[in-house]
Design a protein around this ligand. Sequence first.
Ligand code: SAH
Ligand code: SF4
Ligand code: F3S
Length: 435
Amino acid sequence: MNKFYHIVTYGCQMNVHESEKIAGILSDMGYVSCEEPENADIVVFNTCCIRENAENHAFGNIGMLKKLKSVKKDMIIAVGGCLPQQINKAENLHEKFPYVDIIFGTHNLHELRRLIELKQGRKKTVIEIEDSEGEICEDDRPLRTSYPNAWVNIMYGCNNFCSYCIVPYVRGRERSRDSKKIIEEVKGLIKEGYKEITLLGQNVNSYRGELTFPRLLEKIAQLDGKFRVRFMTSHPKDFSPELIDVMARYPKICNCLHLPVQSGSDSILKAMNRKYTAEEYLKKVEALKKSIPDCAITTDLIVGFPGETDEDFKATEELVKKVGYASAFTFVYSKRDGTVAAKMENQVPEEVSKRRIIELVELVNSQTRVLSATYIGKTIEILCEDYDPKRGLYLGRDEYGRMGYFESDEDVVGQFVMMKVEQANGVSLSGRLVV
Ligand code: SAH
Ligand code: SF4
Ligand code: F3S
């Protein structure tokens, strides 16, 4: 009889990919994936703690399983990822949700099999969090779920300590994977038929293998086959002319770049410990646009960082207008215990942050709409990712990351298709296939 697993993932692409690694471990143990927690023998929550609402979301869903667990006593509930990796959080979780069976962190995900076996032999909750990162584990075999895209870790951790951010505390110091192993993995994926490779790291530009990041990217872009390469995330302080050069020379590298700016105010950037000024950021954007005029630039923005005045916020809006982002993620600052910013005076009142975020979202959306409208009538190449049964349409992205919807008689998932854009609806496009 089959045993079933159900994984709930929160947070960034790093977590999405780590859930594929968790799925790989569980499938090696004989478990099969299922859609509903009700049918599962093991439920794993892969959590995020980047903002308070990410944590609350996880807490809410773990809480909802209490009832199910009371009738399905043999079901194992495991909570891993960034949330329990925070200081004292594992104990806290255990107190709050005593029915959770296994609590693990970001540094011991590869040991999940042992933790499950340990739990099966005893009643007590298994709580194991490693404080330090240790060696990079190279023998995971992820069960990939995002075909035709494949996520590939090139590095782990972060050394930047932006003053608002919890990531360096829960992911440890930067460790880069061996360049040869990365290239081997990518080669294998292309051979298996993956059409898009996304290289992952908290700050890919500080990758330090035998190769630098631009050289690694170049080697990957030189591999044979029709595929696209993306990478994220780039820290502006390390975004270099060498990288622009490689992006410009290889058509396989998508003309899009996620370059989180966070704020347009120099005093806020300084307090955030971002290590660049608005002007330096804009210069890099200019250099990029000069080499790759059609490059779609996206970003992350935070409003309501401690001490942010109306002037500071205006500076952010000005910068957004100057860059003309293809799209942007906008966040209200969330205080994270243990970070430097959490101790700062002048925390911004919630009403002020709310007002600012509404204004900023409107600005960003208006830019996105303007850009979308320029697409009408154009024919673009889309890598079809999926079929949406609700809308009866296939969907996929162009190289700039924009989503397009279209009808097709044939199943074209995993194929590059040409779509003539007929309509632009905010962030997404729709149209018809052309040959
Ligand atoms: N390493 C990546 C991703 C970091 S997390 C990077 O540096 O870009 C993704 C985004 O979450 C960040 O860019 C930032 O905009 C946002 N973020 C991080 N900590 C936050 C906090 N405490 N409050 C609000 N937003 C935050
Ligand atoms: Fe967080 Fe900054 Fe590291 Fe990104 S670069 S993960 S925002 S500390
Ligand atoms: Fe969240 Fe951890 Fe990613 S805190 S954003 S899941 S690195």
